[in-house]
Every structure is written in structure tokens, then in C-alpha cells.
Design a protein around this ligand. Structure first.
Ligand code: AMP
Length: 147
């Protein structure tokens, strides 16, 4: 019987992240799998605005966001009893970073939340659908009620 040994929970701190987290913890417990957590701080776009030195401010802001994310992720790790070395905060595009970290760590199941998006949201593609389409491992998209 196939089993999961390494599960990666992508936590976004949206309204329903605890619901998604519970599913990941439940699966990790059932399979006796190692659970890891990831949160991705999205890069602030650095367009060439042409009206002054805005880059230092943006770097500073990203650093602050990373610090805040690390604090929340540490708390979430303690709550879910995930050791600190398996709690990751990355900077970049959530879909790319989730897949990169999953591949680097030989993860066999990624757990994300998924909204039942329609129309333009569907065309643009959510993080969940992008991970689902590009991951090399299984992906569990936990259906969330639309907020
Ligand atoms: P979205 O499609 O962007 O609403 O997000 C769907 C799911 O993708 C969330 O429930 C999370 O599991 C994951 N996700 C979205 N953004 C992030 C992020 N910045 N860091 C980690 N996971 C994320």
C-alpha cells in the first residue's frame, strides 16, 4: 500500500488556514509522516518608477514582513508540534517556492487550501491550482468555503 512519508503544509494565514492545518496534521498522524510547514512572503514588485530611490524602503519592508512571518510560523510550528527545522519562511512567488521546497525535501504530499473560484479568478489561476498543475508529487487541495 502506498503511503506518505513527508507532508508539506502551505500556510497562508488566510481566514481558514487552521482548517487546512488540521487536515495536514491528521494525515501526518495517520501515515506516521514527517510534517513540514512553509509560508512564502511575496516579493514586492520593484518596477522602474523613475522618481527616486524606492528600493531601500522595499527591502526594509520585505525584511519586516519576513520577521513577522517567522514569528507567526514559529507559533504555528509550536501549536502543531512541528520542530523548528521543519518550519520554513521563503521569499518569492508562493507557487514557485512551495514546489521548489517540496522537490528539494522529497515531499510526497503537499497540502493547500482551495477556493471554488470562478470567472476571472479561475483564468488568473490560484496558488492552489498552480501547485496542483506543476507539482511532481500528490497535492491535497482542501476545499474552503468562499469568504
Ligand atoms: P490562493 O489560491 O492564493 O487563495 O491560496 C490557496 C492556498 O495556497 C492557501 O490556502 C495556502 O495553502 C496556499 N498559499 C497561498 N499563498 C501562500 C503563501 N504566501 N504561503 C504559503 N502558502 C500559500
Amino acid at each position: 500500500m502506498s503511503t506518505y512519508t513527508r507532508i508539506l503544509l502551505a500556510a497562508d494565514f488566510g481566514e481558514n488556514y487552521r482548517y487546512v492545518a488540521r487536515r495536514a496534521v491528521d494525515l501526518a498522524t495517520r501515515y506516521g509522516a514527517e510534517l513540514s510547514l512553509i509560508h512564502v512572503v511575496e516579493n514586492i514588485p520593484t518596477g522602474d518608477a523613475g522618481y527616486g530611490p524606492i528600493v531601500p524602503f522595499e527591502i526594509d519592508l520585505t525584511e519586516q514582513l519576513v520577521e513577522a512571518a517567522e514569528k507567526r510560523m514559529t507559533e504555528l510550528g509550536e501549536e502543531l508540534q512541528v520542530p523548528v527545522e521543519r518550519v520554513r519562511v521563503e521569499v518569492g512567488s508562493p507557487k514557485h517556492e512551495i514546489i521548489r521546497v517540496a522537490e528539494e525535501n522529497a515531499v510526497d504530499l503537499i497540502v493547500v487550501g482551495s477556493h471554488g473560484r470562478h470567472g476571472i479568478g479561475l483564468l488568473l489561476g490560484s496558488t492552489a491550482s498552480s501547485v496542483l498543475h506543476h507539482a511532481k508529487c500528490d497535492v491535497l487541495a482542501v476545499r474552503l468555503k468562499d469568504e
